[in-house]
Design a protein around this ligand. Structure first.
Ligand SMILES: Cc1cc2nc3c(=O)[nH]c(=O)nc-3n(C[C@H](O)[C@H](O)[C@H](O)COP(=O)(O)O)c2cc1C
Ligand code: SF4
Ligand code: SF4
Length: 255
């Protein structure tokens, strides 16, 4: 259960803005409050964003929720990455993205086949057009009705208003793994360059299904779209906290 420590809360609204599931809201008295928690992803964006450490999760101590960050430079980079869902309209320099793509080519890939191809939607005009085509597909196919509702409510989970989206695709034998490894490597390089990123799962899935969108993207016939990443400068303050993330179960075999 999530709660807000009213004694600490300064009512800044950052938890409202940062929660991807719209769980925080302004109450009738204009104070920030917790709404229906059922859809909570446990992503901890609310605790990462709260400048006064007022968000509480039942069963977690303050130290567990807001631990002191540790580790070396690489660990800190990984720990501080969070999905960014609000972007400035100006796209990052092309050279920056191109250089990160060239470095990401050093990522491991099966049999060194190097099958990843990249398509970069550059500029808001392009990314907004992609959203329109996704919504057209959803309307015509009667699928994913939640998308139109979210966009109408001001939360666009397709591109989050990012001015740049990078798609990774390739021939069917590419498989999902190589693409995901390359994209993860690329993401960390972009985060290191102070860019915000968020994986675009909706766009990936729908671009593979929607012929008009595929055609507009110019994805070669036979190519499978592995993954896509929203990219841009974050709009808003950086997250002040690095909340705890639980490590999934690990088994050791051997002494
Ligand atoms: C394959 C994949 C697809 C995703 N698709 C979306 C998406 O379409 N829209 C979105 O807002 N977030 C998307 N996300 C972001 C996840 O919701 C996010 O990574 C998760 O909640 C953990 O939060 P964090 O990235 O801030 O650590 C996706 C993440 C992954 C790995
Ligand atoms: S953990 Fe994530 S989804 Fe849950 S309330 Fe916080 S920000 Fe929202
Ligand atoms: S981010 Fe923290 S201080 Fe700001 S409104 Fe939410 S709970 Fe209150």
């Amino acid at each position: 259960m999530i709660s807000i420590d009213k004694a600490l809360c300064i009512n800044c609204g950052r938890c409202v803005e940062s929660c991807p599931m719209g769980i925080f809201r302004r109450g009738e008295d204009e104070r920030t409050e917790v709404g229906n928690e059922k859809r909570c992803l446990s992503c901890m964006h609310c605790t990462a964003a709260c400048p006064d450490r007022a968000v509480r999760f039942e069963g977690l101590t303050d130290e567990e929720t807001y631990p002191a960050p540790g580790g070396d430079e690489v660990a800190r980079l990984i720990q501080s990455r969070r999905s960014i869902r609000r972007y400035k309209a100006e796209p990052p320099a092309r050279e920056l993205i191109q250089s990160a793509l060239e470095t990401a080519a050093f990522a491991p890939n099966a049999k060194n086949r190097r099958l990843c191809r990249w398509t970069v939607l550059y500029g808001k005009e392009q990314t907004d057009r992609a959203v329109e085509l996704v919504l057209d597909w959803a309307r015509e196919s009667h699928k994913a009705p939640e998308l139109a509702l979210s966009v109408k409510a001001g939360k666009n989970p397709i591109t989050c208003g990012a001015p740049c989206v990078i798609l990774c695709h390739g021939p069917r034998e590419l498989g999902a793994l190589d693409g995901a490894i390359a994209m993860t490597t690329l993401e960390l390089l972009l985060v290191r360059a102070w860019l915000g990123t968020c994986w675009a799962g909706y766009l990936t899935r729908i671009a593979d299904e929607a012929p008009a969108l595929r055609e507009w993207l110019g994805i070669p016939e036979g190519d499978q779209i592995c993954c896509a990443l929203m990219v841009g400068y974050p709009d808003g303050d950086r997250y002040p906290n690095i909340p705890r993330r639980t490590c999934t179960e690990t088994r050791w075999i051997g002494a």
